[in-house]
Design a protein around this ligand. Structure first.
Ligand code: GMT
Length: 375
């Protein structure tokens, strides 16, 4: 198949999933065209059957807001015609499903009928899409998609609750390439950030309010009072500066490392003993899955799709949002006993097997076939 993938090219989970999916599809013999405003960060390199087409916007002083949707839908029309793309797969409803629908309509005028698959990722539904400013356009573009998928059962339920959806929503969970992530360098690398006697606790996110990174720091504050430990904070976002101030105010500057937006996520997770994800909302929690595949158990909140990924008492523990005391207690319980920690590490890895890329990507291929049949 010749597949056009539209996504955000940044470090966010939806862009990561779209990029990993495209790379796997290309390995499986499909021709994949990424159409977005920048080369996706996880797209290692373009190859014979992976292509990247940049959507550029011509700035004009009259516009307070540059019309990205217009540029994207025009680019989609041109790329579909030029490369004979057979199917469009848009990740994140806003504005991709809307731009995809416009492209479909323009192409139909020329007798080209192309199906569109929309994958809902989370904030496009629960935080942004649900806002009255966007809601009618989001509802419309989901209903106009030929196939709609969501990354968890929980997100499907939220979508049906929040929007008037007439389409069936198929759940295809996020995935991970299990074969790529068997790191054997754990002990060598951990020396760079921690002493042998220290546990390494990690949090990775885009440091937005929804991630409750202040809770990460509060949990760690309690942990380090009981256990020698370092906290690695990986990522960038609006909460970084307030978080830095909080760390300093709590006198933990020498125990907390701000690592920035790293491309070495797997190496960092491979040396970690525990992953913290106390989010306010999380449709899936790809970062938790990435931790688990690296044998890092997870202490998280119990919102959204997290209970579908992090299994209570097996791969880690889940608590109510904001219950910092319970999360800290669970973290200490895991970290204080070597044998117990190792048991959870192995179990985390075992649970992650269920989400192996090789098991999940065929579901997308199946969805593409369904969508093509609908034309
Ligand atoms: O987590 C974020 O804020 C980024 C966001 C995105 O769209 O890139 O992540 C969402 O999609 C990820 C991939 O499907 C999910 O793993 C995240 O749980 C989801 N984030 C939220 O629901 C807050």
């Amino acid at each position: 198949m010749i597949i056009g993938i539209v996504c955000y090219p940044t470090f966010g989970g939806s862009g990561v999933v779209a990029t990993e999916l495209g790379m796997e599809l290309s390995k499986r013999g499909h021709d994949v065209h990424f159409i977005t405003y920048k080369q996706p960060v996880r797209l290692a390199q373009v190859s014979r059957n992976i292509h990247f087409h940049e959507v550029s916007i011509s700035e004009y002083p009259l516009f307070h807001y540059q019309p990205y949707e217009l540029a994207l839908s025009s680019k989609l029309v041109n790329m579909v015609k030029k490369y004979k793309i057979e199917i469009l797969h848009v990740h994140y409803a806003i504005p991709h499903a809307y731009a995809g629908y416009m492209a479909k309509q323009m192409l139909a005028e020329e007798g080209i009928h192309i199906p569109m698959v929309t994958t809902l990722h989370g904030t496009d539904i629960t935080l942004v899409g649900n806002h009255p400013v966007y809601k009618p356009a989001v509802t419309f573009s989901i209903n106009q998609s030929d196939v709609v998928t969501s990354v968890s059962e929980s997100l499907k339920a939220d979508t049906l609750k929040l929007f008037d959806i007439k389409k069936e929503i198929q759940v295809i969970p996020n995935f991970i390439d299990i074969s790529k992530r068997r790191m054997v360098i754990k002990h060598e690398q951990r020396k760079w950030v921690a002493q042998d006697n220290e546990r390494i606790i990690t949090h990775i996110s885009n440091f937005r309010k929804v991630k409750r990174t202040a809770d990460v720091i509060r949990i760690f504050y309690q942990i380090q009072k009981n256990i020698d430990a370092k906290l690695l904070l990986v990522g960038e976002g609006p909460e970084i500066e307030p978080d830095r101030e909080m760390v300093n105010a709590l006198g933990m500057a020498d125990k907390v490392l701000f690592m920035g937006a790293s491309t070495e996520v797997n190496k960092i997770l491979a040396i970690s003993d525990l992953f913290l994800l106390p989010s306010e909302a999380e449709s899936f929690g790809l970062a938790a899955l990435e931790a688990m595949v690296n044998e890092t158990p997870v202490v998280s909140s119990n919102v959204g799709g997290l209970p579908e990924v992090n299994i209570q008492g097996v791969s880690g523990f889940l608590s109510a949002v904001g219950d910092v005391d319970e999360m800290a207690k669970n973290a200490i319980y895991l970290l204080e006993n070597e044998e117990r920690l190792n048991k959870f590490k192995k179990a985390a890895r075992r649970v992650s097997n269920k989400f192996d890329i090789e098991k999940i990507v065929p579901f997308y291929e199946e969805v593409y076939s369904q969508a093509l049949k609908k034309q």
